[in-house]
Write a protein that binds this ligand. Structure first.
Ligand code: AMP
Length: 208
């Protein structure tokens, strides 16, 4: 709280994990298989803020067979999106946990305009706001190649295509939305992992 007016740039001493000098609240935006999970882990290590993947959270729910997990399992396997109301509950609850007070890297949320507005409201109600939205871009042919190589249960080719279609239709509009808010920074995800990490750090104005 009360940190919103501080400048974006800050120094982070070498040696991870290292708590950031002030909370950084970051959204990773990009198509499925752009490498957001890997990059979220990099940022978590560098900035000392938790990486929060809604896909991982939902997969854990599905694996442990909770009522929520049972409800979302089929949706996830089809490549469709879980409804915005459910996602709002999941994310509001997660951001309330103590570790998120030091900032966060959100991986996989928001994915619709409605979710983006909900996130803005959740943060505003705590007098907080996002610092940056990092858009990770990767050519579509490479996204499909990566997904097929990974072989997760929701990685059959028709499901992969469906997830990409849903991304273009529902999630890509967030690029214009966050660009309009002055929060969008683009990084080229079709580069070696370390270099994508360096690009992200540069885009955030932190010195790792
Ligand atoms: P991910 O691992 O981020 O690709 O998410 C796996 C699946 O979980 C997605 O294909 C969706 O079915 C569901 N999911 C994860 N995050 C969201 C979200 N923000 N909104 C709706 N569905 C989501």
């Amino acid at each position: 709280m009360g940190d919103a007016a501080e400048p974006a740039g800050q120094a982070v001493a070498a040696g991870a994990p290292q708590a950031a000098l002030r909370p950084l609240r970051i959204v990773l935006l990009g198509p499925p298989n752009a490498g957001k999970g890997t990059q979220a882990a990099t940022l978590q290590a560098l900035l000392g803020v938790p990486s929060i993947s809604t896909g991982d959270m939902l997969r854990r729910e599905a694996e442990s067979g909770t009522p929520l997990g049972q409800r979302v399992r089929g949706i996830m396997e089809s490549g469709a999106l879980v409804d915005d109301g459910t996602m709002a509950d999941v994310v509001r609850e997660r951001l309330r946990q103590a570790d998120a007070a030091s900032g966060f890297v959100l991986d996989g949320y928001p994915r619709t305009l409605d979710q983006a507005e909900t996130l803005g409201c959740i943060l505003a109600s705590a007098d907080r706001r996002l610092d940056a939205v990092l858009l990770v871009t990767v050519p579509e042919a490479e996204l499909v190649r990566r997904a097929l190589a990974r072989g997760r249960s929701d990685d059959r080719e028709e499901v992969i295509r469906e997830r990409l279609r849903v991304y273009r239709e529902k999630t890509a509009p967030l690029i214009g939305y966050y660009s309009g808010l002055g929060l969008l920074r683009e990084v080229d995800g079709f580069r070696p992992i370390e270099e994508v990490g360096r690009q992200m750090v540069a885009a955030l104005g932190v010195h790792a």
